[in-house]
Every structure is written in C-alpha cells, then in structure tokens.
Design a protein around this ligand. Structure first.
Ligand code: DAH
Length: 338
C-alpha cells in the first residue's frame, strides 16, 4: 500500500471513531511500535541510499497528517464526551427539597420557660431540689406533722418511713432558707408525685412551680402585686384574678387564686364548671413557724410563697381539657405546639 493509501485509510477510520478509546486503538494501529506507518519507516533499509531522503520525508509527512488528524479528532471527541457527562450529571435545581422533620419543645417545657422568664424578669432566681425528698422537708418543717390532717390532702408515695417522692415543690422553700440568707427571691420548677389514679384531671406525676420571697417588711400586698403581674403577663391584660381565703399549713393567711376562664372568657362553660373562673395557684404569707423551723427570726423577717401546677397553667392557657394529652406524647397533639 502506498503512503497516500495508508493515510487515506487512517483518516477514514479517524473520522469514523466515536470515542477516545477508539482513537487510541487507531493511534496504535498506525503509529505504534508495529503500526503500519512505523513499519513503512523500517523498509528504508531496503532502499538505495539516494532514494532514502525522499522516502523518509514522505513517510514523515504521512505520520504528520495522521498525528494531526488524531489530535483534532481527540479534541472534538473530548468536547462531546464532556458535554455528555455534564448532561448525565445534570441536577434539576427546580425540584422541591425534602422537608426535614424538626424536633420542638414539649408544650409543658414551653409553658415552663414562659413562666420562668416572667419571674426572671422580676428578679427571681431559679432553684431546684430533689424529687426523692426527706419527709422532714416535704412535711415536718413545712408545719405538717405526722398526725396532721393536712397530710390527707396529699396522697403520698412513701419510699421509707422518712423518705417520700415529693408531693409538692414546697420542700425547696425549706432547702433554700436553710442554705441561703435573706433576701430570698426564687422560683423552683419540678416534677411532683401523688398516688392519684389517671383521669382527665389527675396524673400521678405532674409539674409544679413554687415561689418564695423572704426579706424585711414583706407583706401580703407584695404577694398580690407579684401574682397579679405574673398572671397578666402570662394570660394577657384582660384576665382578672380573685384571691379567695384558703388554708395551707405553711402559710398564714393563705389564699387560692382564680383567674378568668380562658375558654369562655368568664361567661361560664364546661371547663370552669359554670363558674367563669378557674383556680390556678395557692399562696400566702410564710407561716412564722416555718421561718423559725428554717432558722430565721420571724420578728426580723417575713415572706410570701406560692405554688402552681404548670400543667394546669398550660391547660388553661391553651384550652386543653385532658391532662393525659400532656403525658401521652401523641405526635398529632404535640405538633400543634411547634
Ligand atoms: N404546695 C401546695 C400544693 O401542692 C401549693 C402551695 C400553696 C404552695 C400555697 C405554696 C403556698 O408555696 O404558699 O398544693
């Protein structure tokens, strides 16, 4: 085959090649060690010396045109291959994303944070105490001796004769007064336990928040002002409060506080049993006996205390009529508070 014929055949194959792999095969076939054009060069030895320069030039020219054709074909194919790769890897940026399921705070936690922040803004500290408590702190030092009828008010889980699951957060009052000199201004949240059967308004575990203020010349009017400020901040300016006389062994005088029913706005409905008001907390002036039990001189110091059910506050604020919803963690219920 002549040079020209070989070149023509090579160019034809290069033109038909569809991939860089095929081009490579063609390069080997013509320009490789045993390639057709390379082999031509080897025929040089069989020629007369005067014929060699012209022959060499011709073969080099053939090699040059095949190399050139390979190069430009390689460039085109690379472009085509790049374009195909880009097309195959194309991302549709207009597709909507997959929504991530986000966690959220439990409604009780949200309500607790809200209550806590109101008291923090009034300068209260936040304290905590143990859920397993000494009988002495849960009852005795709060002026509830063993044979006192007030013990029947709170159905107690006893761990032993002297140790209980705390029935209220009031023992944290005792711990605070024992550990800290007045002035005291603190709230303490926490779980409390009672031997109640579960129903729409009872749960053996629920959440309370206690408050205690002790200092010089603290009076019932300070208690009223503090509670009213809290209630208005929590429920809204329109809500009215009513302080009814009550009884707690650790406060004297004591009161129970009702607020306008948030479900009916005071007209009377099933949620408030027609009363138009709902009881939300107990409070009073700290009984001098309790101050004395905790090593404080009642002649020098006075104080007030209050206790509320965080569940009760959450329920009244959001019109929840069954306390079990707060503890069963049905996602359909919880999602409403995200
Ligand atoms: N400890 C009471 C209860 O669980 C609530 C309470 C009432 C707390 C009056 C107080 C208070 O600090 O002064 O029912």
């Amino acid at each position: 085959m002549s040079n020209d014929e070989i070149v023509k055949k090579a160019l034809g194959e290069i033109g038909a090649a569809g991939s860089s792999g095929e081009l490579n095969d063609i390069r080997v076939k013509y320009l490789g060690k045993k390639g057709e054009i390379t082999m031509l060069m080897k025929q040089m030895g069989t020629l007369a010396p005067e014929e060699r320069p012209a022959f060499g030039q011709a073969v080099n020219a053939a090699r040059g045109s095949v190399e050139q054709a390979l190069l430009s074909a390689a460039e085109k194919i690379a472009q085509k291959e790049d374009a195909a790769k880009l097309a195959a890897e194309r991302v549709d940026i207009t597709l909507p994303g997959r929504a991530q399921a986000l966690g959220a705070l439990h409604p009780l936690t949200q309500v607790y944070y809200e209550i806590r922040d109101i008291f923090l803004s009034m300068g209260f500290d936040v304290n905590e105490g143990p859920e397993i408590e000494l009988d002495q702190y849960n009852f005795e030092m709060l002026n509830i001796p063993k044979d006192h009828p007030a013990r029947d008010m709170q159905d107690t889980f006893y761990v032993s004769d002297d140790v209980v699951l705390r029935t209220h957060t009031s023992p944290v009052q005792v711990r605070t007064m024992l550990g800290q000199k007045p002035p005291i201004r603190m709230v303490c949240p926490g779980r409390v336990f009672r031997t109640d059967d579960v129903d729409a308004t009872h749960s053996p575990v629920f959440m309370q928040m206690e408050g205690l203020v002790v200092g010089k010349n603290i009076r019932f009017s300070d208690l009223k002002g503090t509670i009213n400020t809290f209630i208005r901040n929590f429920y809204g300016e329109d809500v009215k409060t009513k302080f009814r006389p009550g009884f707690f062994p650790f406060t004297e005088p004591s009161a129970e506080v009702d607020v306008t029913c948030t479900v009916c706005g005071g007209k009377g409905c099933a949620a408030c049993k027609g009363a138009g008001m709902i009881e939300v907390l107990g409070c009073g002036v700290v009984n001098p006996v309790v101050l004395q039990n905790c090593g404080l001189n009642p002649e020098e110091y006075s104080g007030f205390a209050f206790g509320m059910g965080i569940d009760r506050l959450a329920n009244t604020k959001y019109g929840i009529t069954d306390i079990r919803l707060l503890y069963e963690n049905d996602a359909r219920f919880l999602r409403q508070f995200v």
